[in-house]
Design a protein around this ligand. Structure first.
Ligand code: FAD
Length: 352
């Protein structure tokens, strides 16, 4: 009997596959790639700084070292590269932002903010930077499609490429059974589609649709840097850039919209002094939770069923740390962290 069935094919599921492999936990995967395209369309950026109040992102000091070790390990296992270290260019609007930046770069954010205040003309050509800029350190991105595709290919012998039908799941003595596959446990990683899951549809997600553009810009060279104003722009290959992202809480589908395209183009015009051409437009739905923390742990009544969800806007940073927390919990080496434990929502079970 295998130890786990993993349901899903996105970032959460793929991260678990690697962490299970590293710790010798056996698994099978049942997942269909395109039922939710959230992980595929993501920018893949990690940023340890929250710009709104210039504060440290939640648990950045623990998450950043964990994610860099984890994705580097995956690169070695998969024999491919998908991690890029990138500084983030943050243009200033007002003078007092520079003072705050200087102050924080000397204490609370000393690992993540370059203390230098750069002049506008030191920035990339053809970008509208009028009042100087700062640089975020310790940030970067992963090429999500490269990571997901290489992971699916590496674990193809463990993978059943089909929709998981909840009605076919049997809870048996000492475990679960699905279409002849017996396992001691099953962990659901369906992103926002957990709303279809009869065992876990009560977890309080607040999903947010997001859209991104792919654009061609000839006279721009950001190198490995990301520039962020009202939107971010990041190079993906020669002359091509990704621009994102929007937030929408009502229309929860994966259809790209005219409204989001116009919004992103308006923001892009606020960044570029040069012409661009839109060559791609995609949408996905982020599985954000109502308290903006991941959701991890066992079902209140069925101890063989688990969930790993709620990665929201920061899956790249959160997934490695909490997949490891989950495996250590399974191997009885540590407790699940209380802030992410699904038990904080057990009072909602049975109400829907
Ligand atoms: C526009 C946009 C930009 C983003 N940018 C960033 C970013 O820069 N940095 C960052 O950290 N995060 C970003 N995110 C968020 C990030 O994408 C998510 O945190 C993460 O991808 C969530 O992964 P997941 O595996 O939980 O969910 P999903 O990616 O939704 O994966 C769920 C998987 O389960 C499969 N599935 C679901 N139900 C079934 C079923 N019944 N049977 C079989 N398979 C099933 C789906 O097809 C899918 O493969 C962005 C998101 C969007 C939409």
């Amino acid at each position: 009997m295998t130890e786990f069935i993993i349901v899903g094919r996105g970032l959460a599921a793929c991260t678990l596959m690697h962490v299970f492999t590293s710790t010798g936990v056996s698994f099978k995967v049942i997942g269909k790639e395109n039922m939710s395209r959230c992980s595929q369309v993501a920018g893949g950026i990690w940023n340890p700084v929250v710009f709104k109040r210039l504060t440290k992102s939640w648990m950045a000091d623990e998450l950043v070292p964990c994610l860099t070790n984890f994705y580097n390990e995956c690169e070695s296992r998969l024999q491919t590269t998908f991690v890029t270290r990138r500084k983030i260019i943050k243009p200033f609007v007002e003078e007092q932002e520079k003072e705050l930046w200087r102050k924080k770069s000397k204490n609370e954010l000393d690992d993540y903010l370059d203390p230098t205040i750069y002049d506008s003309d030191e920035g990339p050509a053809n970008c509208k930077i009028e009042n100087g800029f700062g640089l975020v350190l310790g940030s970067g991105s992963i090429d999500m499609n490269a990571f997901l595709e290489a992971t699916s290919s590496f674990f193809r012998n463990e993978m059943v490429d089909e929709e998981f039908l909840y009605a076919k799941l049997k809870l048996i003595e000492g475990g679960v059974e699905y279409e002849g596959i017996k396992a001691k446990h099953l962990i659901f990683c369906e992103g926002y589609l957990v709303k279809n899951n009869p065992y876990f549809k009560w977890i309080p997600l607040k999903p947010a649709k997001g859209e991104v553009l792919k654009v061609k810009v000839n006279d721009l060279d950001l190198g490995h840097q990301i520039l962020t104003k009202a939107a971010f722009i990041m190079g993906i290959k020669e002359g091509q850039y990704r621009v994102g992202a929007t937030y929408e809480w009502n229309e929860l589908n994966e259809e790209p919209t005219e409204k989001a395209r116009l919004d992103l183009e308006t923001k892009l015009k606020g960044i570029l002094k040069t012409e661009y051409k839109v060559i791609g437009h995609e949408a996905g739905v982020r599985p954000s939770s109502c308290d903006r923390r991941p959701i991890l742990g066992p079902h209140p009544l069925h101890p063989n069923l688990f969930i790993f969800n709620g990665l929201g806007t920061k899956g790249v940073m959160l997934a490695p740390y909490f997949a490891k927390n989950f495996v250590n919990f399974y191997l009885q080496k540590e407790a699940l962290q209380a802030t992410v434990h699904v038990s904080r929502f057990y009072h909602l079970y049975g109400r829907t």
